[in-house]
Ligand binder design. Sequence first.
Ligand code: TXA
Ligand code: MG
Length: 352
Amino acid sequence: MKTVLLKVEPENPDLTKIQVAADIIRSGGLVAFPTETVYGLGADALNPEAVAALFEAKKRPLDNPPIIHVANVHAIDALVEEVPQKARLLIERFWPGPLTLIFKRSTKVPSLTTAGLDTIAIRIPNHKVALALINQSQRPIAAPSANLAGKPSPTTAQHVCEDLGGRIDIIIDGGATKIGVESTVVDLSVDPPLLLRPGGTSFETLKRALGSLELHPFVDAEEELTLQQIRSPGMKHKHYAPKAEVILVEGNIEATVIKIKELSESYKHKGFKVGILATDQTQEAYTTDVVRSLGSRFNIVSVAQNLFRLLREVDALGVDVIITESVPSEGLGLAVMNRLRKASGYHIIKAG
Ligand code: TXA
Ligand code: MG
């Protein structure tokens, strides 16, 4: 299959180009498109064949359902059993935006779309291109992140092309995404609500809005969960993993720098090529061939923006090991640390 690349202005997309992509969605095809978080791979959520093709293109396990993207609140009525009061509150404050809510699902949604679960994940993205695509296709769009299963999520059309070029119909290129990590996933089919995946909307902000909100143990887990603990299918699959082995060093910054230098020396000694993910404040301290800064330690927003891109970039340089610093688990930092821990397969070394 030849994948067509459509370039659009993110703030002012050419609606005739979007219509070409919308027609592909309507006829059961696959379209990658930008959202404010990461690129998504879209298919008509109500067309089981299209959704099957979506799983196939991503090589995604069939038990891991995608998020359904809609363009306005009324569109959720056809997809859910009920909208609890707490959901209304969150919808009012945070949609459109990087927040996915889990509802009890309507039986009208094909069971393939929800991977056989009795719940459904929905969000309204805050991006003109995504909203235009949903509006013009007049369909709810099932869209997991547009990467091959297990790889870091794509924050540019180029990343999508690397993973899915030749496997999907269209990539809409609307430039780099703003947030860089995926949406926060909150389960409202239980009470108190449960945060299943940290992301672009912080736990602290959501907890303030809701009064009570629990964190699933997975969110800040430092090791693989047991099957009984799993609440979201995504928790049990390998994630965000580059080809290289990833080692995450956690601890105070002085001790971290010392530990990373030590590790890097010992890996180089063994003949391995080492890449280091540092921060603006520490990158000068390292002398390895490949050192990249995730951004300033005082600006976690930029760290989140750079994270998946740098994992891909450093990996592409053919390093054997990527050693990375950690950031404080506050605000967006919780999402960054969750991704880094998963990317490392929980290979975490404590420094100081
Ligand atoms: O920012 C995002 O959320 C991006 C953009 C494209 O919108 N999408 C995204 O989708 O990250 P995906 O499929 O890569 O991640 C969806 C997560 C998975 O961890 C999945 O297991 C979980 O949401 N999920 C989906 N349906 C669920 C459900 N009914 N109950 C619990 N978790 C669910
Ligand atoms: Mg994903």
